[in-house]
Write a protein that binds this ligand. Structure first.
Ligand SMILES: NC(=O)c1ccc[n+]([C@@H]2O[C@H](COP(=O)([O-])OP(=O)(O)OC[C@H]3O[C@@H](n4cnc5c(N)ncnc54)[C@H](OP(=O)(O)O)[C@@H]3O)[C@@H](O)[C@H]2O)c1
Length: 293
């Protein structure tokens, strides 16, 4: 049996849907049962409720699990939550953990979530559980955060300067997660997952303009302006501060490298930003609600 954690979230939910569509039985771990009805209605999906930060809630969800996908939120407790899960998975004898990580999980990174991913990867490697690290670049879906300003002003503002990022589609990520969870030969492997091109924000704006038929501009923001704007729209302060750290890394070009791993695992080129923008044009035009990111 396969366990997918973070199953109420973006990547976990998409991974569960893809496993179910292939008729592969899956246990979907959510923190709250409210809102998990759609997952529970999928064929072969068993929903379990647990708090991954509390090991005592994990014994039942881990019973009989051979392979698990480890995902939790970009939250201050991410290191503690995922560490507790690894301890519980080791105790339960899980045979393979696939971890969703970041593209640059350096334990001395100025970006707090990169440091946490670095620590979690190391803990998993030392746990004795065969592992696969899926080191994902910026999710293309992160641009859904810009929908209110794109719709209201025909513009988005991030502190990216002229740097480029090779952002990655979570549908490709979920497909690769399914491959790692169901295939063989992925144990001990680290995959660096990016889109097929590194785009500047001006190029991202051009792709969004072409997809929506509306003129959309990139307006560079200072880190201070960007943090103020995020706080003003209700973003938790730790996340607003973390994004400032992240963009400082991106401005150095740290997410501008394209890696071949995604294409190798998918057996086709990874989804381009242009294709992602076209698929989601109604969202970027404000005609459909944007998923929460
Ligand atoms: N955004 C990016 O560009 C990017 C790029 C690379 C890597 N990442 C990494 O991707 C991960 C997030 O993936 P995502 O965006 O697919 O996830 P997501 O949509 O943020 O969902 C995460 C899920 O984890 C659940 N969760 C958190 N703590 C939990 C706990 N203690 N017990 C049980 N469930 C818990 C949350 O439950 P609730 O619904 O109850 O909150 C949520 O449903 C993070 O590790 C992030 O660093 C993000």
């Amino acid at each position: 049996m396969i366990l997918v954690t973070g199953a109420a979230g973006l990547t976990g939910g998409e991974t569960v849907r893809r496993l179910a569509a292939r008729g592969i039985p899956v246990r979907a771990l959510v923190r709250r049962s409210a809102g998990a009805e759609k997952l529970a209605a999928l064929p072969g999906v068993e929903v379990v409720v647990a708090d991954m930060g509390r090991a005592e809630t994990l014994a039942a969800p881990l019973r009989g699990i051979e392979r698990a996908m480890l995902i939790s939120s970009s939250a201050p407790d991410m290191l503690d939550v995922q560490s507790a899960f690894i301890d519980a998975a080791a105790a339960a004898g899980v045979a393979h953990v696939v971890k969703l990580s970041g593209i640059m999980p350096e334990r001395d990174s100025p970006f707090r979530f990169a440091r946490m991913h670095g620590e979690i990867e190391r803990k998993l490697e030392r746990s004795g559980i065969p592992f696969t690290h899926l080191r994902a670049g910026e999710f293309m879906s992160a641009y859904f955060r810009q929908v209110p300003s794109i719709v209201a002003q025909g513009a988005f503002s991030v502190p990216m300067g002229d740097a480029a990022t090779a952002s990655f589609d979570i549908e490709d990520l979920a497909e690769i997660a399914v491959t790692a969870l169901t295939g063989s030969g992925h144990e001990g492997k680290t995959y660096r997952l990016t889109g097929p091109h590194a785009l500047s924000m001006t190029e991202v704006a051009a792709a969004l303009s072409a997809a929506t038929g509306n003129a959309i501009r990139y307006v560079p923001a200072s880190p201070e302006e960007y943090e103020r704007a995020n706080l003003a729209r209700g973003m938790p302060p730790y996340l607003a501060a973390a994004l400032v750290e992240l963009y400082a890394e991106r401005r150095k070009g740290k997410e501008g490298t394209v890696f071949a791993d995604a294409e190798m695992l998918l057996g086709r080129p990874a989804t381009s930003f242009e294709a992602f923008a076209l698929r989601n044009a109604a969202i970027f035009r404000g005609e459909q609600p944007a998923p929460k990111v």
